[in-house]
Design a protein around this ligand. Sequence first.
Ligand code: DON
Length: 568
Amino acid sequence: MKKALKIYLILLLSIVSCKKEKAVSIETVDKPGTFSKNAMVVSAREEASKIGIATLKKGGNVFDALMATEMALSVTYPFAGSIGGGGFLVYRLADGEKGALDYREKAPLAANKDMYLDENGEVIKGKSTIGGMAVGVPGGIAGIFEAHQKFGNLEIEDILKPVIELATNGYAVTQMQHERFLEYDSLFVAVNGKPILYSKQIKPGDTIRNLKLAETLTRIATNGRDEFYKGKTAEILVDFLQNHDGIITLDDLSRYQAKWRKPIEFRYDNYNVISMPPPSSGGICLGQIMTMLEPFDLKDFGHNSVKYIQALSETEKRAYADRSYYLGDPDFVEIPTKMLLSHVYAQERMADFTFEAATPSDSISYGRIAGFESDETTHYSIVDQFGNAIAVTVTLNGAYGSKLFIDELGFFLNNEMDDFSSKPGVPNMFGLLGAEANSIAPEKRMLSSMTPTLVEKDGELFMSVGTPGGSTIITSVLQTILNVVEFNMPMQKAIDQKRFHHQWLPDEIRMEPNGFPKTTIKTLNELGYKTNESRSPIIGKVNGILILDDGTIEGGADKRGDDTAIGY
Ligand code: DON
């Protein structure tokens, strides 16, 4: 890429990142929950939730609805979505069997540890986030086909038919979507070298048809998952990437496999939490934080009180410090999961904590474990009429991923390579630090924060929950679960609450603006906590499903987005 173009892109990127900070008004009116008797789908778009529910009504189960919903999101929610990216699934069958599927992107075979560094060993700004070099080998299609092959009921062509119709006939652009298209348009044009499908002056209410994506999905429906990894689609994809500085080859695509993994499970009071294992940090970090929190009487402290914020922030700091040191792709690094999740270790980590003053982050490092060597994503939750449940979080990483849009196939490609640690001590786009465990290597999966999570109460399904939000995913899932189990909130109310976040470094509590009393913030500051209300206008976009005592299913869709719950 020409130097001048690179500089221009970097400049644009910083403008767009700044724009992301602009205030988004979160309605103050309460959003009512959505209630049903049989089944529920909650996703980032109404069209996707509708197609998911229609799939269930045809006799499909959660895994059929997964394919339908996720592909409908790839049509209507190009901001995130998985066809050019990847994701994670956590499931619980009606008989109590649990599992997890990893369809995270991988580093290409030609990747190497220093691929984002210049000759002086400095990180080259933008190289891991925009354009062809940022793209990881996509896992989305492998994932949905793997889940379907193991558990699905319906024929693939029947599942994808309404999705293909949606891409062909179009969908209406929402106000939020319109604003995002406008915001990113100059970057789309700069990265792709020409306007793309979303570059036209699209107004709210206009219809977008994505005929190329309809063709891609039709070929996939007919030829199966190999169409994407070995067929015509693979050839177009590789050809496109090689013309855009990319290094992914046909060999990379044909070697890609989704992987079944054992979920992370831990107890919190009388709840059993089931979440995503590495290569996501979500399950382990959530487990560490909740294990460190368990001895405190959070309910007594009061929701979003000073003591509550202190307890959560201090446990979050310690878990994120461990995350940056210990966690990475389990196929490449040894992870001391058992120790990290143990009560003994949790106690040790919190030994220096006191409510009298903040523990400065620079005095916190990763914990010592004996014998051990050393903003876009979207979440949907589905419960079906058979009692099966899934929590699925998928991503392109940044908004519209690498911003590379393949006209001929109709989708954006991820920039997931930025989730690796390009250089120890240099933060990625979410400010997260990494070490050797998350360094780049050929075919390695980059560490994630995505935390699709299921919760059981007394051995029965109780909740399905998850969110986008980069590094804030883990803490948003945490607060939503605590709002329900500690403060008895129903699903929608638990999601609506203002959220805060600490990730060890930078040493500050990020807070949604105007959500916390001035006195709370003042007291936290006096105790030595830095607070930041301007960094994140919104923290997370949580979607969840709760099973109420009488068996009613409540869907909660975050009002911070266009998210919609539909039940029947
Ligand atoms: O896997 C991860 O942790 C990130 N790629 C997620 C990115 C994300 O949530 C962006 N959304 N705001």
